[in-house]
Design a protein around this ligand. Sequence first.
Ligand SMILES: [Zn+2]
Length: 200
Amino acid sequence: MSAIDDLATELSRLPGIGRKTALRLTYHLLRQPADQTKRLASALLTLGERVRPCGRCFNLTEEELCSICRDPRRDASVVCVVEQASDIGAIERAGEYRGVYHVLGGRLSPLDGMGPDDLTVGPLLERLRGNQTEAEGVHEVILATNPSLEGEATALYVQGQIAPLGIAVSRIARGLPVGGDLEYADGVTIAQALAARRAM
Ligand SMILES: [Zn+2]
C-alpha cells in the first residue's frame, strides 16, 4: 500500500466520502504547502487526544464537564436525550431549547450488535435518581432519538427504564421526516418537534 492509497482509504471511511472524492482530496493535500498539511495532521491528533465525553451528559468536551452542563443559565430540570453528540448541535442551532442533554451513544440496533448495555442508559438513570450534583432534580425527560424504527424502539426502551422513577417522559413530535436524521433537520423543524412533544 502506498501513502496515497493509505490516506485515500482512511478518507473514504468518512461519511459522504466515496473512493473518488477521497482520491481527489488526497491529491489536493499533496499539492498544498507542507505546513498546511502538518496543521491538518496535528489538528486530527489533538482531536483524538483532547476531546472526551462529558462526565455528566456524554456530550463531547475538552473539560471534565461540557459547556452546556457548566452553564448555570441552562435549566437542569429538563433533560433531552439524544443518540449522538452531533444531535446536540442540531438542537442548539434551533435556539429554542434551554434544558440540558444526555447522549446515549447510539440506538438499539440488534443487527449492528447495539444492545442496551452499549448505550449510556445506566448513567442516565443514575443521574435521574439524583446521584449527581443537580440540586433541583429532573422533572422532565424529552426523548429526542431519531424518528426511525430503531430510534422509536430506543425511545420506548428508555421510557420503560425511566417510568419507575415517576419522572415525566415526552417524545419529540413527528414533524421530523420518518427515517430522517435529527442531525440534518433544519432548526425550525426541530424547534416545532420539541414544542409539540407528547407525554409517553
Ligand atoms: Zn455535559
